[in-house]
Every structure is written in C-alpha cells, then in structure tokens.
Ligand binder design. Structure first.
Ligand code: GDP
Ligand code: MG
Length: 201
C-alpha cells in the first residue's frame, strides 16, 4: 500500500449571480446531468455533492468533496439567501456574456457574499453562455471579465481567475471548479503564512 498521505477536505461553495445566467445549468453539467434549454427557476436553493482530486503544489494531493449550493438569484429570495452563505469557502460568481446587466450586477453579488460569509473570501468569476458569442448581438468580449477579475485580484490580494464557460457544450465547466479549488487553497496558504509571520513578530 502507498504511504502517501491522503487529505480529504470538504469545501462548501456557492454559485451566485443574477437569475437566468446559467448557475443551475453549470452545476448540472458539472455533475454530469446534461443540459436542458428549459428554464426551471431554482426555488430557494439546490444542493449538490461532488468529489474531485486536486494536486496542489503546497498541500500536495487532495481529495475534495464539494458541497455546492446553487442559490436562487431572484429578489424574492433576498431574505433567505444570507443563510446559505454561512460556512462557504468560496464562490463561483456567474454572469451571462449576452446579458450586460448580469455583468454590472457582479459587484452586488460579491458584496452580498462577503457580507454574509464572514469577510473577503476568494471567488472565480465566470462568464457563461460563450456558445452564443457571435450568434447574438452585443455579446460582451472576454476583456470585460478579465478586467474586472484583475481589479478584484488587487482588492483580494490573490489572483481572481476569470473563466468563460458554456453549460450547453460543457466547455470549461470542470475547469471552473479546478480554479475554485486553486483559489481556496491559495487563500488558505496566504492566511497560513500571515499567521506564521504574526507568531514570529
Ligand atoms: P440560473 O437561474 O442562473 O440557475 O440559470 P439556469 O441554469 O436555469 O439557465 C437559464 C437559461 O439559460 C436556461 O434556459 C438554460 O437552458 C440557459 N443556459 C444556461 N447556460 C447556458 C449556456 O451556456 N448556453 C446557452 N445557450 N444557454 C444556457
Ligand atoms: Mg437556478
């Protein structure tokens, strides 16, 4: 038997963003449940569990068990949503590249997340529905998402990745979760370093 130390961690993460941007579709796609064009509004929240392995250059090989909370974006749920943020380690903040309004609402989602989860936690910015780029007018170019992520990186002190996905084709959906693991572990490493420095002084 291998003597390799196996680390199992459970990470709670939340999927946030305006209603209709594709949060439920991304979660379903990640879970291997396919894609549907039918829009079934999420009632309150969906909850999913999925495991993945991740090789981290600081923490080594890690087994991650995600508990993924897919929150309803509609204002009707504004009162309930704060409860779901508790204990979350990170967020996938999703906008729809064919819906500029959903992009302009990104800061609102991040501040709601930070306000209810206990501080400036890491996140991955996701521009979804890239299969529609070139098919609809006025789709947002990748630069807008990249720019926002860059700005947020400075604020957070660790790199905020921007990734473009299609829940329809499945493009980059797994990668979004790999980035999520990366930012959570990077954030943990930064905090650990800060604590060690504080002890020394
Ligand atoms: P949510 O409200 O953020 O959970 O959004 P849903 O996942 O329910 O998706 C809203 C609508 O957008 C549905 O009709 C989906 O079929 C559609 N949709 C979601 N993701 C994509 C995508 O990547 N490409 C396209 N073309 N449609 C998508
Ligand atoms: Mg939904």
């Amino acid at each position: 038997m291998s003597s390799e130390k196996v680390r199992l961690v459970r990470f709670k993460v939340v999927l946030i963003g305006d209603g209709g941007v594709g949060k439920t579709s991304i979660a379903r796609r990640y879970l291997g449940q396919g894609f549907t064009t039918e829009y079934i509004k999420t009632v309150g929240a969906n909850f999913y569990i999925k495991k993945m392995t991740f090789n981290d250059n600081i923490f080594g090989r890690i087994f991650i068990e995600w508990s993924i909370w897919d929150l309803a974006g509609q204002p009707t749920w504004d009162q309930v949503r704060p409860l779901y943020y508790r204990g979350a380690k990170a967020a996938l903040v999703v906008f729809d590249i064919t819906n500029a309004r959903s992009y302009y609402n990104v800061p609102k989602w991040i501040s709601e997340f930070w306000r209810n989860s206990g501080g400036a936690l890491p996140f991955v910015l996701v521009g979804n529905k890239i299969d529609l780029r070139g098919k609809v007018e006025n789709a947002l170019p990748p630069q807008v998402g990249m720019k926002y992520a860059e700005m947020a990186s400075k604020q957070l002190g660790i790199k905020v990745p921007y990734i473009e996905t299609s829940a329809k084709t499945g493009e980059n959906v797994n990668e979004a979760f790999t980035h999520l693991a990366k930012v959570i572990l990077e954030f943990a490493a930064v905090k650990l370093r800060a604590r060690r420095l504080a002890k020394k002084s």
